[in-house]
Design a protein around this ligand. Sequence first.
Ligand code: ZN
Length: 487
Amino acid sequence: MSENAYDLLIRGGTVYDGTGSPGAPADVGIRDGVIVAVGDIDGAGNRTIDAGGMSIAPGFIDVHAHDDAAILGGSMDFKLLQGVTTDIVGNCGAGVAPMGDRLMPGAELVLGSGVAPTWSSFGEYMEEIDRSSLALNVGCLVPHGAVRFRRMGMDARAPTDGEMSEMRADVAEGMEAGALGLSTGLIYPPGTFAKTREIIELARVAAAAGGIYASHIRNEADGLLDAVAEAIAIGGGAGLPVHISHHKASGQPNWGKTKESIELIETRRDQGIDITFDAYPYVAASTVLSAMARRPEAADPDSVLVASVREKHEYEGKTIAQIAEMLDLPPADAVRRVLSEEPQAIAVFFVMDEADVRRVLGHRLCMIGSDGIPSATGKPHPRLYGTFARVLGTYCRTERLFPLEEALRKMTSLPAKRFGLSDRGAIGEGKAADIVVFDPETIEDVATYEEPRKHPAGIQYVIVNGQVAVDEGRQTEARAGELLRRS
Ligand SMILES: [Zn+2]
């Protein structure tokens, strides 16, 4: 077996190297989990994949995942089968570590059930990831909400000096263990209780270790521009790159505001502050029902769909208007009833305008993040299964929002560079062998709001660290993922 020059040889496809360069015909040779040859290859492989008519790209990087618990031993079919080979977790300030006696509120449902934490510090959580049999690669952000909950509980006040230095130490410990940066979720308690100054202080700790600041900003609706300005001020104050998560303008009165928010970002970039953002390719958002039920931009009972609950499954897949009719209550009372029975209910909110989604997605600074919530039950937002295929099928091939090489750059080299993953996100000699082989003519998302648990079409092979994790469209037993530390 090992007489051959390559463990795996991919022949006859069109290689997109991830940098944004157009595709070119080439073979790819892999040995020991690394790409060792790209071009016209003579040698033989222990296995050869015929990629005739297919595109060959670096494995996709999901910069906005909430799979913090799902990755621990999970098959991760919903990500692998859309071509994702690296997940970045710890987003929106939410996560399962660090923790004291209990998880931060909401973590159990948002981050998947059946978690039995064996860790307390963030570094210990990362060690647990490292020991786990991972279906894909994982990078981590230290979530501010978890840090704050550990040290201050749900107190809506500024930290004392002592609490501040404990929180700094938590962030430093995570960064030393190899986290990629600090994340915040400034609409969710307890993150929302933090003033800008507190976040700058903690972001300085991430900055000292070479990390980035990723934020679910304080307001994505009427206060969008102020919230973007706050994120930029945190980057400027702490001296680190800023990444705005799932950039959007939420609620009809705010539609069109991404024009101004992007102008603001471009202006501040020209002044030397390093800012990027990500988006998912849908006009509907999704989060806990409690987070947005009280927000005016999500008040239309026809625009809010209950996605996942624990027990009252009859609510799942129904709008608030439909539930109100079912319960014979006014919509506001129906929301209160659902929340009293299902405090952790997750909902889908149709709050965005297609023009904003296209403007954000199409921008050169935008990478792709699914924001998928791997809930155990119900009808999760279809982005969990469909994001990457939807960008390639709908927005690239059908709508021609960008050429294929640019769509792929947004999923590969752009995020790899941003999150400090130097051996990922590109096809080239010496790079880790994370690869997707897909048909550019047929790739498409199949998941819908009604039937979200559907894997995309058109993805034939997914290679993780040189091992075939998806073979002719089917997931294998391979568990070749690795914990990725900041490089
Ligand atoms: Zn978020």
